[in-house]
Write a protein that binds this ligand. Structure first.
Ligand code: PMP
Length: 302
């Protein structure tokens, strides 16, 4: 399916409120609470060789995101995990992106909507690389966003909530209009936080340094990459990072389910050379996402 086909005109199956429906029939009304008041949370997962990497972690986070936004998903985690697998199979893709979304329905249309149903849909599509594959090895170019990640008492930052992406979209639009691939966002205190849809890591004298996730998403890929680094005896330091420090780091990369491990070559005036640690972790991550598959296949054939 060419990438230019609008998302509402693609083919296949979408899981909606408990059943698979033809892709073109997976519709909601314009008077949907989620659309007006951002009462919506979602996940981004990737299937490799037909199996969703870290499915349990993603499903757990989806339920926690919904709980934080005071929404109760009318299924259990096992059912939603199974439904994600079911859609991957129905779409017939080996490698694919999986998007569950939970939102308040149309039963009530005001800020408070305790009687609105909690609805859930799961769609699967092919999304080869978040960033242009030709650019990926060279490293992507980041600018710095004008918007700041809000403080914990301003926004429910532990929820992967649609509303939190408003400033991400604005920042990424501006970055792309200025010729960059993405934007690095600082937090409400001015510390380095993350990119618009991925976490950030730096290398300083053989050590991995990454911001403490105290006001932005503690990504599942971030945690996987930290574990992979430690398995290689690469020290990992989580701490606040001031913008003035950017010039001290030799390497920089982003992590995320969609972005995987993506080298960064510049953040405005600062230059980075994707080197040994970035390459090692890119490689180890791609091995890890496939390894889980082979151990399951081994179990299945035993
Ligand atoms: N931060 C933001 C804002 C994101 O959208 C994502 C992607 N979900 C991440 C970080 C990385 O999270 P994960 O590794 O769990 O995909």
């Amino acid at each position: 399916m060419p990438e230019t086909v609008p998302f509402d005109q693609r083919k296949g199956w979408i899981w909606l409120d408990g059943q698979l429906v033809p892709w073109e029939d997976a519709k909601v009304h314009v008077l949907t609470h989620g659309l007006h008041y951002a009462s919506s949370v979602f996940e981004g997962e990737r299937a490799y060789s037909g199996r969703i990497y870290k499915l349990e972690e993603h499903t757990e986070r989806l339920f926690e995101s919904a709980r934080i936004l005071d929404m109760k998903i009318p299924f259990n985690e096992q059912e939603i995990g199974d439904a994600c697998n079911q859609v991957v199979q129905a779409q017939g893709f080996e490698d694919a992106y999986v998007r569950p979304v939970v939102f308040r329905g149309s039963e009530q249309m005001s800020v408070a909507a305790p009687r609105a149903a909690t609805r859930i849909a799961i769609a699967v599509w092919q999304w080869p690389s978040y960033f242009d594959p030709a650019q990926k090895m060279k490293g992507i170019r980041l600018t710095v966003a004008d918007w700041k990640r809000p403080s914990p008492e301003t926004a429910p930052y532990k929820s992967k909530a649609a509303g939190l992406y408003m400033i991400c979209t604005l920042s990424k639009h501006k970055a792309e209009a200025e010729g960059y691939h993405d934007a690095l966002m600082y937090d409400h205190r001015g510390f380095v936080a993350e990119a618009t849809g991925a976490n950030v890591f730096f290398v300083e004298e053989g050590k991995l340094v990454t911001p403490t996730p105290d006001c932005f998403l503690d990504g599942i890929t971030r945690r996987s990459v930290m574990a992979l680094a430690r398995a290689r005896q690469i020290p990992v330091i989580e701490r606040h990072i001031a913008p003035e420090e950017l010039g001290r780091f030799s390497e920089c990369f982003l992590t995320g389910t969609a972005a995987e491990v993506t080298p960064v070559s510049e953040v405005r005036e600062h230059r980075f050379t994707p080197g040994r640690i970035t390459e090692t972790l890119m490689h180890d991550y791609m091995e890890d996402v496939r390894k889980e598959v082979s151990s399951v296949n081994l179990r299945a054939s035993a």
